[in-house]
Design a protein around this ligand. Structure first.
Ligand SMILES: [Fe+2]
Ligand SMILES: [Fe+2]
Length: 263
């Protein structure tokens, strides 16, 4: 069995954003993870690590992680989102691998499984972009992979309702769809963030899931067209349980600490 903790969009900043303190929420998530999932194999944070991509926010993120004193297995695997800044990120995290073109893309092999972390950022836009160079890198890795594979990305690779209402999702959907379809025997799940909502389903024969943001969880509405809103909903993170016969995604409402456990 493998257990993956999937947290997204902490949007760390030195102050409140829209009246919400991203740091205190993130600290609560970390302590919940440490207290409940010390047996996890992977802890992934799928982008929008910071709200503005500035050095102070990355340093604050590092400080919060260090103060959380997580065990080695819970040291977070990071990728960037549209709110991050690739160059500042690389300066603040010099040990995180990049591909030969300087994009923050890498893979980790754990327990006979391959986890691929990809970079869908393009400066000065909130849209997701996956250029030819990045596609080549991913295609090359996948062509050499013959084990169960899991993709971690910031942007939603598909429109979550209609194409027309997916302004800030991944723009190279067709190209990415081709990569997924070609490799849907080995890619077992796609983990993403970005929309700040829980979602799950399947695409190109591959299941996917996303948690809300720890900073600003949103709710979607589909009555007329896809739209997002805030309604003081609860932040969460996801827990993926991967067994030989199943993949299960749980949602952790980590702010609900006053639980009446049935025993
Ligand atoms: Fe975000
Ligand atoms: Fe985002």
């Amino acid at each position: 069995m493998m257990k993956i903790i999937h947290l997204s969009d902490p949007h760390i900043y030195i102050d409140k954003i829209h009246g919400i303190d991203p740091v205190s929420k993130f600290k609560k998530a970390l302590s919940h993870i440490k207290n409940n999932h010390s047996d996890a194999d992977v802890f992934a944070i799928t982008g929008d690590i910071t709200d503005l991509g500035d050095k102070d926010s990355y340093q604050l993120f590092i400080q919060v992680i260090n103060e959380a004193d997580l065990p080695e297995n819970l040291k977070p695997q990071l990728i960037i989102g549209n709110h991050d800044n690739r160059e500042e990120f690389k300066l603040c995290f010099p040990d995180i691998e990049t591909d030969p073109n300087g994009f923050i893309q890498y893979f980790k092999d754990i327990d006979n499984k391959r986890l691929i972390f990809i970079d869908t950022n393009l400066i000065n836009t909130h849209q997701g972009h996956y250029c030819d160079e990045r596609q080549d890198w991913l295609n090359n890795i996948l062509s050499k992979t013959n084990t169960d594979t899991y993709i971690f990305m910031h942007h939603n690779p598909l429109a979550l309702v209609k194409e027309e209402s997916d302004g800030i999702g991944l723009q190279q959907k067709k190209e990415f769809q081709q990569i997924l379809t070609k490799n849907n025997k080995i890619i077992k799940h796609i983990f993403f963030g970005h929309q700040h909502i829980t979602s799950s389903g399947s695409y190109c024969g591959i299941t996917f899931s996303s948690p809300r943001s720890t900073w600003s969880p949103l709710i979607p509405n589909f009555s007329n067209e896809y739209r997002l809103g805030s309604a003081n909903t609860e932040a969460n993170y996801n827990v993926a349980i991967i067994r030989s016969d199943a993949l299960i995604i749980h949602t952790e409402d980590f702010l609900k600490t006053d639980v009446n456990w049935f025993e």
